[in-house]
Design a protein around this ligand. Structure first.
Ligand SMILES: O=C[C@H](O)COP(=O)(O)O
Length: 241
């Protein structure tokens, strides 16, 4: 049976004080959350330590937004797997389109980061997805198959989550039609050697569309940006019906 993983990606939002305020509103709402739903908060590095202490014993797992492939070294601005696992981080987002677009992330470095995450005991959330231009040109399927082929070389598919994030749907309010998201996620699954890899949808997920998204048979969870920043809204997403 496939696991359900509901993850929030805070991107570059929330100071430590703001993250604590979020938790005060969010944690009590988890009392009714079915235990089999994995809830993950992928937060800025500066929020990780304090959240780790406060999340201890709760249903929520901690995630980071990047990991380097080396254990340590002269890589200014990067962070290593052991640094993350030592403070209780369990998940890490790899290959988010914002990393690919603004920070030169390539399929080669995504592959290195995925393998390093697994080596050091983290579960990577690999993001794939097409631009509007690629979709309009009918290149969605080829782009995604190519990303998967390159990113997943020698990656262990028993410790992996994939997020399908059409880039044109990120932060735009322009959600991918749920049946179409379901279709593309089915395509992603058909490319995998392990059919039980949880595959999420990401891109303008909101409290008012989560029930419809999660009703799709291929969709095993969501990766939520903007709507994960507000405790009540994210609680509604986590407690989808
Ligand atoms: O990682 C999350 C995605 O980039 C989605 O962001 P969004 O929910 O703000 O569209």
């Amino acid at each position: 049976m496939r696991k359900i993983v509901i993850a929030g990606n805070w991107k570059m939002f929330k100071t430590q004080a703001e993250s604590q305020e979020f938790l005060q509103g969010f944690l009590p709402t988890l009392q009714e959350t079915p235990e089999e739903r994995e809830v993950v908060l992928c937060v800025p590095f500066t929020d990780l330590s304090a959240l780790s202490m406060n999340l201890h014993g709760s249903l929520v797992q901690l995630g980071a937004q990047n990991v380097h492939w080396e254990e340590s070294g002269a890589y200014t601005g990067e962070i290593s797997g052991p640094m993350l696992t030592e403070i209780g981080v369990r998940y890490v987002i790899v290959g988010h389109s914002e990393r690919r677009q603004y920070f030169g992330e390539t399929d080669t470095t995504v592959n290195l980061r995925l393998k390093a995450a697994q080596k050091y005991g983290l579960t990577p959330i690999l993001c794939v997805g097409e631009t509007k231009q690629q979709r309009d040109a009918g290149e969605t399927e080829l782009l995604i198959i190519t990303q998967l082929e390159k990113d997943l070389v020698d990656v262990d598919q028993t410790n992996l989550v994939i997020a399908y994030e059409p880039i044109w749907a990120i932060g735009t309010g322009d959600t991918c039609e749920t049946k179409e998201a379901n279709r593309v996620i089915g395509l992603i699954r058909s490319q995998l050697t392990n059919p039980n890899v949880p595959i999420q949808y990401g891109g303008s997920v909101k409290p008012n569309n989560i029930d419809e998204i999660m009703a799709q048979p291929e969709i095993d969870g969501v990766l939520v940006g903007g709507a994960s920043l507000e405790a009540a809204g994210f609680a509604r997403i986590v407690n989808y019906k």
